[in-house]
Ligand binder design. Structure first.
Ligand SMILES: [Zn+2]
Length: 329
């Protein structure tokens, strides 16, 4: 029994369970999150989750414990009932993660076999094989994943639930460059960039997780924030190691919590698009971060450019460095 409990908790961390119950939180330390208590009514957050110890504590109602304790309290269930309730949840969680890993590995193997995918990467200025490998970038040609995963023993319904195939039974990602998205070293989603024009960006169901490759930059005193993964790749290739990506201009609560979890300067390098949306989003984000004591600089790219097109168009690291130095608070 004790062993089973540990296995279950290992498969389903408390924070992950709470997020699935739509608990929203703010990161306040390396292993600590805070949000409104799901166990009692309150207007100011006093419910803390420690991800290293995998426990919670509420300073409002004084309740605390592990995942099973939380389920006992929130569902008014016995210990045994809570375990019985959690077991399929934990199983589904483990299956989902394993599936994403297998899908990502399969897509990674495909990349070299499709000249159109390599050509697309080349056009976007991504040529460093070690960066491509390190980022586990792959290619979803479409029409092959379902067969691959079902021969590995996964059922249609499991694939469907993970969003890897759609209701018609075809692969959800089709002719897309694939970036696996990691959080705490676990794949949480796949991002697919179409190499043909329609519907450029696509994620599987579920959240986009935290900031891309955040663990590499969280200790940097200066961080460059971009909105797209090709911007990220272009900067990394140009030698900027302190880059992260929000996958869009809207930061979710986790991403905002990461950026504001300690003193740092954030260089916001969103796209300079014709409709000004990138610029407006950068301004709003700068205001919100300032309210949390984080300094920001807005990197002004040449008109109509993003960091990716800046480098593809011939810009170099020295020129981008000048943009960083000229960036305004
Ligand atoms: Zn409470």
């Amino acid at each position: 029994m004790g062993h089973d409990v540990e296995t279950l908790k290992g498969r389903l961390p408390l924070l992950e369970y709470l997020r699935r119950q739509n608990w929203t939180s703010r990161r306040v330390g390396r292993f600590e999150y805070v949000g409104l208590c799901p166990l009692h009514q309150e207007s100011r957050p006093s419910f803390y989750v420690n991800t290293r110890k995998d426990v919670f504590y509420c300073h409002g109602c004084g309740q605390g414990g592990d995942l099973i304790r939380f389920v006992q309290l929130s569902r008014q269930a016995s210990f045994r009932q809570s375990l019985a309730y959690l077991d399929p949840e934990a199983h589904r969680e483990a299956t989902g993660i394993a599936l994403l890993q297998q899908a990502a590995a399969f897509y990674q193997q495909q990349l070299d076999h499709y000249p159109e995918a390599l050509e697309y990467l080349r056009q976007r200025g991504l040529h460093d094989p070690s960066l491509i490998r390190e980022s586990r970038i792959g290619y979803a040609p479409g029409g092959v994943l379902r067969h691959h995963l079902t021969t590995q023993g996964h059922s249609f319904s499991v694939l469907r639930e993970a969003g890897l195939i759609n209701a018609q039974g075809t692969d959800a990602l089709y002719q897309r460059i694939v970036f696996p998205l990691y959080q705490d070293e676990q794949i949480v989603n796949l991002y697919g960039r179409s190499i043909v024009t329609a519907f450029a960006h696509r994620f599987l169901p579920g959240g986009k997780g935290g900031l891309y490759a955040w663990e590499k930059v969280r200790c940097c005193s200066e961080v460059i924030l971009v909105e797209g993964l090709f911007d990220y790749a272009a900067l990394r290739q140009a030698g900027f190691s302190n880059v992260t990506c929000s996958l869009g201009t809207h930061l979710n609560a986790d991403q905002f919590g990461q950026l504001s979890d300690g003193p740092r300067v954030v260089y916001i390098a969103f796209d300079d698009d014709a409709n000004q949306s990138g610029r407006q989003a950068a301004e709003q984000l700068a205001h919100r971060l300032a309210a949390h004591g984080i300094s920001t600089r807005r990197v002004l790219l040449p008109e109509g450019q993003d960091p990716n097109s800046f480098f593809v168009g011939g810009g170099d690291a020295r020129q981008f460095q000048s943009l960083l130095e000229a960036a305004e608070p």
